[in-house]
Design a protein around this ligand. Sequence first.
Ligand SMILES: [Cu+2]
Length: 143
Amino acid sequence: MKHQLLLATVLLGAPLAHAATIEVKMLNRGEGGAMVYEPDFVKLAPGDSIKFLATNQTHNAASMPEIIPAVAKPFMGKIDEEIAVTFTEPGLYGIKCLPHYAMGMVMLVQVGDAPLSALQVPASVPAKAKKRLQDIAARGGQQ
Ligand SMILES: [Cu+2]
């Protein structure tokens, strides 16, 4: 009986132990220029999370309806809200800051093995945001 309890504890604990949380700063200015997420690219395994830090004020993090796996749940943080988002569905996710979307404040999240070459940025996305997303994909996610 004692052994069975121990085994159950270990099995339940296993997924939590392996899930990672990556911190992303929301900044007025970073190495990538003005109005940036830092880092602006994150690669995750399904079940990993990102915590968006309100390092500077007047930013938020929201999923882009144009770039999200069809089965994934959209999210929208409030301005200055630090949110932790768990990404369970494999695929590519575009993240945007609503006040600075037109200034190109976006980032890309790759979950699982979804190829960056599959990124499709529709014409409805503002030019600076589109360019930043395409630049991230072109450099293969490297800084
Ligand atoms: Cu912003």
